[in-house]
Design a protein around this ligand. Sequence first.
Ligand SMILES: C[S@@+](CC[C@H](N)C(=O)[O-])C[C@H]1O[C@@H](n2cnc3c(N)ncnc32)[C@H](O)[C@@H]1O
Length: 333
Amino acid sequence: MRRYLGCKTRLLAKIAEVVAAQCPRARRVIDIFAGTGVVGHLLNTPRREIVVNDFLASNAMILQAWFCAVPADRREIEEVIGALRGCETAGPNYYSENYGGRFFSEDVARRIGALRDAIDAWNLRPIVKAAAVASVLYAADAAAVTCGHFDAFRPVDDERSERRFVLRLPDIPYRANGNNLVFCRDGNELAAEIEGDLLYVDPPYNRRQYGTLYHVLENIALNTKPALAGKTRKPPLDLRPHSEYCTNRAAEAMGDLIARCRVRHLLVSYNNMSSGVGNSNALIPLGVLEAMLAGRGAVTTHRIPFPSFTARRGLLDGHQEYLLYCRVTKPPR
Ligand SMILES: C[S@@+](CC[C@H](N)C(=O)[O-])C[C@H]1O[C@@H](n2cnc3c(N)ncnc32)[C@H](O)[C@@H]1O
């Protein structure tokens, strides 16, 4: 659906296979670090209740549109996105001053600012606003001159940036949505509160903070226009969501989540990626993860060979994705 670090598109077939074998009748499925939402989307059927959560506002807004819009919302969503396509762009604005000539062409950055302000000024119903913002976020992601995240940019090719900035109608599965819930919260806190059948856990694996990697999309989603600084125009650190999973406390955070969650089936994604570059090394060893899960029930580990590349080292030898399944038999802490 879009470029996103750790997106599980290439693992969906394996995830579907494990769910079908272990818990096909799971009714309430919780995707607690949902990111793009592709895993929740895979399991989203009218008979299931999908709970999706991510602490980034940009993700939560897209997820809101994707998982909560129902057929009765469709017409209004299409009308609003149609109206946005005709929205006039005036002079320079906050977005063009900060991002013009950096992540986007000057013109695309101005359009982003004009569209975001229009959406706020129109006082839309929350679900319609979420779909409209999602459309702008997708267009901005496609038009950004980056390698997929916003910690760096390449020289801007104006023509390419403008050609790729297209406001599309989000391809929402209206008929599958019914009782789904979306949260924008800390995953550990939510997992300790909410009950379900299956919890899918896909946290960050390394030190690269998502709040920093996707700061431009966060800024567009929130449209609060904080002061930005530096070459990549980031907001101050305290305004960027900070994850324990990207620190030396990653194992502690994972242990806490596994011990306190209230579900019957647990499915955890992780990997063994070690790029040799400190920030990209996975933080929790497989044996530690298996021991944590064994504290709740019997564990099966699937190892999936995963051809992947880094800019510095090219093809990474021996990269494996792990999918750990635990049938929970012991109560939460
Ligand atoms: C590996 S990505 C998930 C990718 C997702 N499964 C997909 O396929 O797109 C990890 C996600 O966890 C989110 N995240 C990190 N720490 C979090 C926390 N403490 N609470 C909630 N979300 C968090 C990040 O914003 C990121 O989207």
